[in-house]
Design a protein. Structure first.
Length: 214
């Protein structure tokens, strides 16, 4: 029962964090150019994954939640790649109307995920690249294992999920959406809003963390 209480506390604080984050961002307005559209789409997708992860854990479906965390990470990386590194032609491919031809063009013409990270390293803030790379170095293989029903998924299904692992996943998910929100404010070039969003890390330190999943 204590573990359930701890999980519910982290979920409740995470929901408070999300509400306050959205309240800060709500007054902002974005242009309808392709770059803005791509960044907003990726950040909204990442936010959808945040909600999905929490709800899956709330109803006792942790294996699916772990897979969702990898999807969220990919959405955040793509948002930051679009912000700092993507060419106009690459962005155009990403937001093109969904047709079979355009899907094939995007599949062939967009860089692989690992290349996106390298391009962020060249063009983006060093601290952002470091955090994204650390997440990948320590968490990518375990999360892939959950996605593909590998040894991590089978072992945790058989032996159970320690509460520390579950709450760590929630905090990592919150970290990612925090990074996505900061990326949005950087795209707006609103320094005051960027500082306000970044400062939330102190207020909600109990549901955020920088350690990566093991």
């Amino acid at each position: 029962m204590a573990e359930t209480h701890d999980l519910n506390l982290v979920i409740a604080r995470s929901e408070e964090f999300e509400v306050e984050l959205l309240q800060l961002l709500e007054p902002s307005s974005f242009s309808d150019d392709n770059k803005s559209s791509a960044i907003l789409a990726m950040c909204d997708i990442a936010l959808e994954h945040v909600t999905s992860l929490r709800e899956l854990l709330r109803i006792g479906l942790p294996t699916s939640a772990m897979g969702i965390l990898r999807l969220q990470y990919e959405a955040v990386v793509r948002a930051i790649w679009v912000l700092y590194a993507a060419s106009d032609s690459a962005i155009d491919k990403l937001v093109a109307p969904l047709t079979q031809e355009n899907a094939q063009v995007a599949s062939n013409g967009l860089p692989a995920f690992s290349i996106m990270l390298k391009e962020i390293e060249k063009s983006g803030p060093p601290a952002v690249h470091r955090l994204l790379s650390e997440f990948k170095d320590y968490s990518w293989r375990p999360l892939n294992s959950f996605v593909h029903s590998g040894i991590h998924a089978v072992s945790r299904y058989r032996d159970g999920y320690p509460i520390g692992l579950v709450t760590q996943a929630i905090r990592q998910s919150n970290n990612l959406i925090h990074m996505a929100a900061i990326a949005l404010t950087c795209h707006l070039k609103d320094g005051d809003l960027t500082m306000a969003v970044a400062a939330m890390h102190s207020k909600f330190a109990d549901c955020l963390q920088l350690k990566t999943l093991g």
